[in-house]
Design a protein around this ligand. Structure first.
Ligand code: WT7
Length: 625
């Protein structure tokens, strides 16, 4: 078969010096020569209340980073700037629909975080307690997260698009004492009520003592005495100064849930010290966020991208964040480009699914606006296909901005594989492991394979922002570090490496579907469907889609006597939406009489998928008759 020639884009000469302190090779060499010295140098830029004894202690599969050290991440995100030159620098530009705007300087953010920290303390929140935050992408979300970190509490942010069941699982899974939410979120000119979802999610959530509600709508929603508290009032009554609580480097900073291959989501736990160093390092060296940048990460802060590169990373380096509640197509498909022009955004970090949507809308939209402030583009969440790369490069980056296609995960906490600024870019390939990361592509045994052959992405050594554990499921944590003979960390991604060491990601090898960049577990959808009284059995697969990467397709076996109607399809989709939220709703739903299963009764999704795509199902020797 004739392989199309691989295109290579060489960075504009001006990016060679401005971007990195060292070249990629030099930096990688520094890391390889002495990994601990490398991380010590990076960590020393930050402020620690107590120095570490060891940079790292590695007892496979457990790593401890900056052992014995004490810190508070908010001291590094706030005081480190407020007490220096950045006191009055803009920390956050926030743009809301209908031209609403809010601006927070570092000093203003610092003050709000301290008041919220005190408010939480007044409600009895102590170091180590979990606080669930269910808010849209508004400044209060940033304030709430930092307020938890300020007092050593552990935040667990739940994306405000999740439904009641998904929210309940995360609240109870983390044993949250407090839930912080809003009456509604604004979206596409309307508002989506959040409070009813929270009310439903709190049924059978015994650990929750109080709910803090930000009331944005008029007339104000009523509050249940004692149990529900008004966000604004709480802050107004709180004391001004809130001490940053020193936490141990190994103490948890947050829990973030990600889809599991079984029904239950996994609570990924990140530890304070290592996460801080990883977020700081990659924001500085990979995103190259600098003093005069206006940086926009379009991910919702409720995802890991929003945590690391929407909030913590940029605040750690003292950058200016642009945050917005605008969806990309409302009021029209030019809105994001208008915002880039209006705010002079210099670094724009988004997702392939958004890029493909813009491609479809046509370049007349970006062409209406002045995008010359942009100097760097980024992508994350799923493979950036070459067509989308080229469109992004030409029509948004105007053939001069480098594109970072960053591969990483909720579990890794930070970038792992990308093409760092200054290196030649190959569309379709994420790139190479960044300095600090030892990643490669191997076979099932964990052994190296020749360039160009498909294998598994594996990470050989620990890195600072790797997850600490899976919350209350250490067994599940250990599985991550049990790949092949050598016990590598496996991400469950299929990959290919070329002769130059560039890695191309080919999608998940497990039962996770990436829909428009969001990670959805097949098991979660299936169990939601089966919980409907009409359904006997269900299977969900990802079906490739030019826009969303994948769409969810469900196959449903109905209970005896139930009629397969169009109305029932609608009901089942609605049922999934209410339970899990809109992201998990199957775009297509077929009624079937049977499902392909192994002899042991496992659904063979691979067979369904192959059939759906008109492909050879491969080895079906385990298929039951
Ligand atoms: C999975 C992790 C890290 C933030 C976003 C998603 C896929 C992520 C890329 C990329 C190809 C990618 C992988 C990974 N993925 N980035 N640049 N190229 N695939 O975080 O929800 O934890 O999902 O997203 O399959 O394992 P997540």
């Amino acid at each position: 078969m004739h392989k199309p020639e691989q295109k290579v884009y060489y960075p504009d000469p001006c990016y060679r010096d401005s971007a990195l302190i060292h070249d990629y090779n030099e930096l990688y060499h520094e890391f390889e020569k002495d990994p601990d010295a490398f991380w010590r140098r990076i960590a020393s830029d930050l402020l620690w209340f107590k120095q570490w004894d060891n940079v790292k202690v590695w007892n496979h599969p457990y790593a401890s980073w900056f052992t014995g050290a004490e810190l508070n991440i908010t001291y590094n995100c706030l005081e480190r700037h407020v007490n220096n030159d950045r006191r009055n620098k803009v920390a956050i530009f926030w743009a809301g629909e209908n031209g609403r705007e809010r601006i927070f300087t570092y000093y203003q953010l610092y003050k709000d975080v301290m008041r919220m920290g005190n408010a939480l303390k007044s409600l009895g929140v102590r170091k180590g307690d979990r606080v669930c935050i269910y808010l849209p992408g508004i400044p209060e979300l940033v304030v709430s997260m930092l307020a938890c970190a300020r007092i050593g509490a552990v935040h667990t942010v739940v994306f405000a698009g999740y439904g009641a069941k998904a929210l309940n699982e995360r609240i109870t899974g983390a044993g949250a004492k407090i839930v912080i939410t809003a009456d509604a979120s604004v979206r596409r000119g309307g508002s989506i009520p959040l409070k009813p979802i929270v009310e439903e999610a709190l049924i059978n959530a015994p650990t929750v003592e109080r709910v803090i509600i930000l009331r944005t709508q008029e007339p104000k929603v009523g509050l249940l005495d004692e149990f529900e508290l008004d966000y604004e009032e709480l802050i107004a009554q709180a004391d001004r100064y809130c001490e940053p609580v020193p936490v141990n480097s190994e103490d948890p900073l947050f829990i973030l849930y990600t889809s599991g291959t079984t029904g239950a989501p996994k609570g990924i736990v990140h530890a304070a010290g290592g996460y801080m160093v990883g977020a700081y390092y990659t924001t500085k060296y990979v995103l190259t966020l600098r003093e005069n940048d206006v940086y926009w990460c379009t991910a919702d802060p409720g995802w890991i991208t929003g945590h690391t590169y929407g909030i913590y990373g940029p605040l750690l380096v003292g950058g200016t964040i642009f945050l917005s509640e605008y969806t990309p197509d409302y009021p029209d498909a030019g809105i994001w480009w208008k915002l880039i022009e209006d705010y002079g955004v210099t670094i724009f970090y988004t997702a392939p699914t958004a890029i493909r949507m813009f491609m479809r809308m046509g370049e007349e939209w970006p062409d209406k606006y002045d995008l010359s402030s942009l100097r760097l583009l980024g992508s994350v969440g799923e493979p950036l296909n070459p067509e989308a790369f080229e469109w992004f490069y030409k029509h948004i980056g105007k053939n001069k901005c480098p594109i970072l296609d960053t591969w990483w995960q909720t579990e890794t906490g930070m970038h792992m594989v990308t093409t760092m600024v200054g290196l030649p870019m190959k569309p379709g390939f994420a790139g190479k492991p960044i300095p600090g990361v030892i990643a490669t592509v191997v076979n099932e045994e964990g052994d190296p394979i020749p360039p160009g052959t498909t294998g598994y992405l594996a990470i050989k050594e620990p890195w600072p922002s790797m997850m600490k554990t899976v919350y209350q499921n250490d067994e599940r944590y250990r599985q991550y570090w049990s790949f092949g003979k050598y016990g590598y960390y496996s991400s469950n991604d299929l990959a290919v490496m070329d002769e130059d060491g560039y890695i191309m990601l080919l999608g998940r090898s497990d039962d996770i579907i990436i829909v428009a960049g969001h990670n959805v577990g097949t098991a979660e959808i299936e169990s939601a469907l089966v919980s409907h009284s009409a359904v006997a059995e269900a299977a969900a697969i990802g079906k490739p889609d030019p826009l969303k990467g994948n769409i969810i397709k469900a196959f449903v076996i109905l209970r005896n006597g139930v009629e397969p109607t169009q109305k029932l399809i609608h009901d089942l989709k609605y049922h999934v939406r209410i339970m899990l939220g809109p992201i998990s709703v199957p775009a297509e739903l077929d009624f079937v009489d049977s499902l392909p299963k192994t002899r042991s009764g496992k659904i063979m999704r691979r067979v369904l998928k192959a059939k759906e795509m008109g492909m050879d199902p491969g080895d079906i020797s385990t298929l039951d008759e």
